[in-house]
Design a binder for this molecule. Structure first.
Ligand SMILES: Cc1ncc(COP(=O)(O)O)c(C=O)c1O
Length: 286
C-alpha cells in the first residue's frame, strides 16, 4: 500500500538498476515521465498516434528498451492502450519489464493482473476506485518481486521487533505509518465495486459511454485519433474550447480542461440522461 500512485512508482524506479533504458509515451502523465527525467535515466519517447500500439512495437524493436512504462488510460486524451497488445508484447519480449499506471482505468471493468503480462501496476484510489485521497498501491508480479529481492540478497532484514514482520520490499514501499482511515476507504471502495460486480459495472459504463461517443462523434467533438480507435475508455476529452470550463462547472458538470478540450469521466453513477443533459449544455454554450 502507498499514499498515492506517484510514491509507489518512484519508489519502484529507485529499486531498479540505474543502467536500464526506458521507453515512455509522448505526453505521458508527469508522475510517470518525470521520475525518469529527474533521475537522469536513459530513455526514449514513443510518438502518440491512433496506432500507438504499432508505434510502441516499432520503438521496442528499434530501441530495445529494458522497461516499458505507460498509463493504461492516458490522462489528457483518454486514449486506452489495448491490453491484449500488452499480453502479446510480454509473450514476444518476456525480458521487457512492463510497468503500468492503472489510475485512470482500474474500477471500470474486470481486470486480472496475473494474466495481464504487466510486471508492476500502480494506481491512486481517488478516481475510478471511489476512495478519496491518500491511498494507492503498487502490485508486483511474483517473478518481478523475486528479481527485486534477489538484487538485494546482501541486505540484512530488519532485526528490531517493531519491523520484524516487514519484508525487504516493505521497507521501501511502506517505510512508515500508513493512513489507515484512507486505506480503509480504499478497502470500502473495493468492496462496493465487488458487491456491484465489475462485469455489471462494465456493462453499465459501456452503455453510457457508447451513447456519449455516438452523440459527440456526430458533433465532431472527439479527438480524431481517438475516434479511429476500436478500444475506447470512459475518460473522454471533448473538443470544446477549454475556456468554457467555468460555464460547464456552473451548469453542474464535473470536468477538467485538459489539452485542447475539456475532459469528462463516465462512471457507474452516470446514466443516459446525464449524457443527454451534457450534450444539451454544450450545444447551448459553444
Ligand atoms: C494517468 C494518471 N496516473 C496517476 C494519477 C494520479 O497520481 P497521483 O495521485 O500520484 O498524483 C493521475 C491523476 O490525474 C493520472 O491521470
Amino acid at each position: 500500500m502507498t499514499p498515492n500512485f506517484s510514491f509507489g512508482y518512484s519508489t519502484l524506479i529507485d529499486l531498479l538498476p540505474e543502467n536500464l533504458s526506458y521507453l515512455v509515451l509522448e505526453d505521458e502523465y508527469p508522475s510517470l515521465q518525470y521520475p525518469i527525467v529527474n533521475r537522469k535515466l536513459q530513455h526514449s519517447v514513443a510518438p502518440f498516434t491512433a496506432e500507438v500500439e504499432k508505434d510502441l512495437l516499432n520503438a521496442i524493436e528499434k530501441q530495445k528498451p529494458d522497461v516499458l512504462i505507460f498509463s493504461i488510460v492516458q490522462y489528457i486524451s483518454g486514449l486506452m492502450i489495448d491490453l491484449n497488445f500488452i499480453k502479446e508484447i510480454k509473450s514476444t519480449y518476456p525480458n521487457l519489464l512492463i510497468i503500468a499506471d492503472g489510475t485512470q482505468y482500474l474500477g471500470t471493468e474486470p481486470f486480472n493482473f496475473e494474466t495481464s503480462g504487466i510486471d508492476a501496476l500502480g494506481g491512486s484510489g481517488y478516481k475510478w476506485l471511489l476512495s478519496g485521497f491518500g491511498n494507492g498501491f503498487m502490485m508486483l508480479s511474483d517473478d518481478f518481486k523475486s528479481w527485486l529481492e534477489e538484487l538485494r540478497l546482501d541486505i540484512p532484514l530488519p532485526q528490531v521487533a517493531m519491523w520484524k514482520d516487514k519484508s525487504l520490499l516493505d521497507t521501501f514501499f511502506e517505510p512508515g505509518h500508513q493512513d489507515t482511515l484512507s486505506h480503509g476507504t480504499l478497502q470500502q471502495g473495493l468492496m462496493f465495486l465487488e458487491n456491484l460486480g465489475l462485469d455489471n459495472i462494465k456493462e453499465h459504463v459501456t452503455n453510457v459511454k457508447n451513447e456519449a461517443y455516438e452523440l459527440l462523434l456526430e458533433r465532431d467533438l472527439i479527438l480524431p485519433y481517438i475516434a479511429e480507435r476500436e478500444v475506447k475508455s470512459s475518460l473522454i476529452n471533448v473538443q470544446i474550447n477549454p475556456e468554457l470550463y467555468p460555464n460547464l462547472i456552473n451548469s453542474g458538470i464535473k470536468c477538467f480542461p485538459r489539452g485542447t478540450g475539456i475532459r469528462i469521466g463516465i462512471h457507474l453513477y452516470n446514466d443516459l440522461r446525464d449524457i443527454q443533459n451534457f450534450v444539451n449544455i454544450i450545444e447551448s454554450i459553444r
